[in-house]
Write a protein that binds this ligand. Structure first.
Ligand SMILES: Nc1ccn([C@@H]2O[C@H](COP(=O)(O)O)[C@@H](O)[C@H]2O)c(=O)n1
Ligand SMILES: C[C@@]1(CO)OP(=O)(O)OP(=O)(O)OC[C@H]1O
Length: 163
């Protein structure tokens, strides 16, 4: 049995913070604002998985009003969502994600982001596609105010030989 999920997230740029996207620290003059490390891509992937499971979203499990999640490493957040998925008997089929940003250029970092994401999802890197696009200088991403990200995920019921 297969299920699909969709995730979308936005974070505004903020001076004086590191830019963490897809678990990678990307050289840039600004980072992203957030209660956690603001990893817009990993949040999107986590939300897509929760969506596929009809479990809601990351704000439900990791509220931004809770000090426990202040400056949280989003790799930990995604790891916990992957555990929830496994507990429900599902594994990753594949994911496809896009980062929308005027800058920086993400292409040089895509392979590293895929490696980190695949290892967190406990799947092969061949099941993880990440791409980037500008929005042709249009909208908040085009004005360089922040980064948006979107992902779709297919999850698959783990085969159980006893069924
Ligand atoms: N922040 C970004 C945006 C885009 N790229 C790469 O550049 C290609 C062309 O972008 P367009 O928005 O003009 O289509 C795109 O396909 C990406 O490979 C990027 O690395 N980082
Ligand atoms: C991850 C959480 C929790 O630290 O904080 P943020 O980094 O603000 O991220 P967001 O995508 O706005 O929502 C989920 C939050 O609950």
């Amino acid at each position: 049995m297969f299920r699909i999920g969709h995730g979308f997230d936005v974070h505004a740029f903020e001076e004086g913070r590191p830019l963490i996207v897809g678990g990678i620290d990307i050289p840039h003059d600004r980072g992203l604002k957030g209660h956690s490390d603001a990893d817009v891509l990993l949040h999107t992937v986590a939300d897509a998985i929760l969506g596929a499971l009809a479990l809601g979203d990351i704000g439900k499990f990791f509220p931004d009003t809770d000090e426990e999640f202040k400056d949280m490493d989003s790799k930990v957040l995604l790891g916990e969502v992957v555990e929830m998925m496994h507990e429900k008997g599902y594994i990753i089929g594949n994911i496809d994600a896009v980062i929308m940003a005027e800058e920086p250029k993400f292409r040089p970092h895509i392979d590293a982001m895929r490696d980190v994401t695949a290892s967190l999802l406990l799947t092969s890197v061949d099941n993880v596609n990440i791409k980037a696009t500008t929005t042709e200088k249009l909208g908040f991403t085009g004005r360089g105010e922040g980064i948006a990200s979107e992902a779709v995920v297919l999850i698959e019921k783990r085969r159980n030989d006893h069924e």
